[in-house]
Design a protein. Structure first.
Lengths: 189, 189
DNA sequence: GAGATATGGTACAAGTGCGTTCCGTATTTT
DNA sequence: AAAATACGGAACGCACTTGTACCATATCTC
C-alpha cells in the first residue's frame, strides 16, 4: 500500500505528529516553527513531510482516530452487554485524553475535511448501534434520544479530561466515575 | 462609579462585545478587523474602546460572567433543595451556550487574567456549597468527589451545547435531558 | 444651537508566520 | 563503498495583523 518510507522520514513524521498534538492542544495558534523545534527537527523537514499547516493538522487528526480505533478494537469481542461495552470504552479510551481533546477542537483549527468526516461517521454509527441495542434490551432508558446519549458519552470524556488535568485523577479512577455518572447519575438510590 | 459614557461609545462597546463573542466562538483566530466589520463599526473605534486584542477578549469574558450571574441570581431564593438548585441552573443557564463556550475556550485565547480567575472562583465556591449541602442532606451520592460533580455539571452544559447545535434541540429540552442524566443517569431503574 | 466628543477612513510602521529555494552534510539503502 | 535521499540552516518574498496617527464628519450633550 504505502510506498516504503525512509527510516529518517518515518522518525520525523512520528515526532512531528506527536509534537503537533501536544503543542496545538495547549495553544491552537502554535507556529509550525514551534512544532518543528518541539519535535526536534528542522522547519524545512516539516514542510517536506507536510506541505501545509492544514495537511499537518489533518494528519494528526487521522492519527488520533486510528489510535482510538486500535485501543477500542477489543471491545466488540469482550463486551457482555451494551452497558458493558460503554464501561469498557471508558476504561480503555480514557487515557487518550490528548487525542480526544485534539479532535474536539479540530473544527477550530481547520476546515472540515472529508476523510476525517468519513472516519468520524463510521465510529458514530457503531456507537448508535450499541445504544439502540441497549435500548432494545432494556438496559438504556428509551425516553432518552440516542443522539443525546452519544453526546453524553463524548462529553464524559471531556469531563474526564478536566478531572485528570485539574485534580490529577488517574484515567482508571475517572473511567469509573464516568461510567457511574453515565449509568446511574449522582443521586442516592 | 463608572463615569457616564457617551451614548455612541456605549453602542459601540455593546456591538463589539457581541460580535467578538460570536466570531471568536466560531473562529478563535478571528481578526480584530473581522470583529469590527461584524460589529458594524470602524476598526479605529474598536481600538478606542479596547486598547488591545487581549483587553477586548477579557472584556467579553467578564461580560459573559456577568450575564451568567444575572440569569442565575433567582436560584438562591427559589430552590427547594440542592438538586432543585441544579435543575434550575440547567433551566435558566442552558440558553447561554455562547457564553459558556467562550469561557470554556478562554485559556486558548488569552493568558490567565486575575480578575476573571477571581470571579470564576467565587462562582465555583457557590457550586461547592450546593453540592456539599446536597451530600449532607442525602440527595447526592457521597462517594462521588465534589470536584467530579462540579465538572459533570460544567460538562453537561457542553453536552447541551452540542445537542442544540447538532440536533436543533431547544434549551428547555436540553435542560431536562441534562438534569435527568445528571441525577439519574441513563439506565432503566 | 454651540461646543464637545466619538466616529469612519486612510495611511503608515513594525512584527510575524507561511511557504519556497538552495546548498552542504549526514544517514540510509542497496 | 556508492548512490540515493533525507536532513538542518539560512535567506527570501509575500501576505497579513497589530497598533498608531491624523483629519474631516456625524452625533451627542448641555
Amino acid at each position: 500500500m504505502t510506498p516504503q518510507l525512509d527510516a529518517r522520514a518515518r522518525r520525523s513524521q512520528r515526532a512531528l505528529l506527536k509534537a503537533g498534538l501536544e503543542l496545538l492542544n495547549t495553544n491552537p495558534e502554535a507556529t509550525l516553527s514551534d512544532i518543528a523545534i518541539h519535535a526536534g527537527v528542522g522547519r524545512t523537514t516539516l514542510y517536506r513531510q507536510y506541505e501545509t499547516r492544514e495537511k499537518l493538522i489533518t494528519a494528526i487528526a487521522i492519527d488520533c482516530l486510528e489510535t482510538i480505533d486500535e485501543v477500542t478494537a477489543p471491545i466488540e469481542k469482550q463486551a457482555k452487554s451494551a452497558l458493558d461495552a460503554i464501561r469498557l470504552l471508558f476504561e480503555l479510551a480514557m487515557p487518550l485524553t490528548q487525542e480526544f481533546q485534539f479532535l474536539m477542537n479540530l473544527d477550530q483549527l481547520v476546515e472540515d475535511n472529508p476523510e476525517i468526516i468519513e472516519i468520524n461517521e463510521k465510529q458514530k454509527k457503531e456507537m448508535i448501534e450499541v445504544i439502540e441495542y441497549g435500548k432494545k434490551k432494556g438496559e438504556i432508558n428509551k425516553s432518552l434520544p440516542t443522539t443525546w446519549v452519544i453526546n453524553l458519552i463524548e462529553g464524559l470524556f471531556y469531563i474526564g479530561w478536566l478531572q485528570q488535568k485539574q485534580e490529577n485523577f488517574s484515567p482508571q479512577e475517572v473511567a469509573k466515575l464516568a461510567f457511574t455518572s453515565f449509568s446511574k447519575g449522582v443521586s442516592t438510590h
